[in-house]
Design a protein. Structure first.
Length: 215
């Protein structure tokens, strides 16, 4: 399961349920890559969208198209057509993801594999992963990897849950305002909500830390 580090979720229970459903699918459809698409609350031109297609008969839908940061008028059209916010939350097995990458950037994958093998051999001459990292191209996961491979993907619709990608200072400020108004210690806070965790930890005496897991 891949989850971005820069997201905020106001109603975590909804997203957690969807994560469990996506993970469960992989138990019986191991070659599948499932994307979580958030039901749009507003037509936001600063977000990416997934346009879903037909139902696969198992609770998810085919992926028709990815649209990255469309103009406002296009964003409205996408929302009206059932377009979902692309949260870049992905459920997939490692080998399945590697297959997607090999199809689009085979040379990069081959170079990474060679670099890892080089490090495992213990040569330590700077030609391993650390050295390769400086030379890697900038790759957009949606545009460069997923686009064009829609037939290999499925999207699982997630009901509105107060999701934001925190991609700008303005989004961070807005999320904190909403969190303050709603109360940081509501029943859905604690597992994924970094603002709630920060608030909780800031109240502890210096030197103490608490790591909380909720089933």
């Amino acid at each position: 399961m891949l989850l971005p580090s820069d997201h905020h979720v106001r109603r975590e229970a909804i997203l957690i349920c969807a994560l469990r459903v996506a993970a469960e699918r992989l138990r019986w459809r191991s070659n599948e890559t499932v994307l979580l698409g958030i039901e749009a609350e507003t037509p936001d031109p600063q977000l990416g969208y997934i346009l879903p297609g037909r139902s696969d008969g198992h609770g998810a839908r085919e992926v028709l198209q990815f649209v990255e940061k469309p103009p406002l008028t296009r964003a409205r059209e996408l929302v009206e057509q059932g377009g979902l916010w692309n949260a870049f939350i992905v459920a997939s097995r490692v080998q399945t993801l590697l297959t997607l990458f090999r199809r689009r950037i085979p040379q990069v994958v081959a170079s990474m594999h060679a670099a890892v093998q080089h490090d495992l051999a213990g040569d330590g001459d700077g030609f391993g992963v650390a050295g390769l990292y400086e030379q890697l191209p900038s790759i957009d996961f949606s545009r460069d990897i997923l686009s064009g491979q829609e037939t290999c993907l499925r999207v699982l619709r997630v009901a509105q849950c107060g999701w934001s990608d925190l991609g700008t200072p303005e989004r961070v400020a807005a999320a904190l305002r909403v969190e303050k108004d709603a109360g940081a210690h509501g029943p859905d806070s604690g597992c994924l909500n970094l603002a709630a965790q920060h608030e909780r930890l800031s109240r502890l005496p210096s030197g103490m830390a608490v790591f909380e897991h909720r089933a």
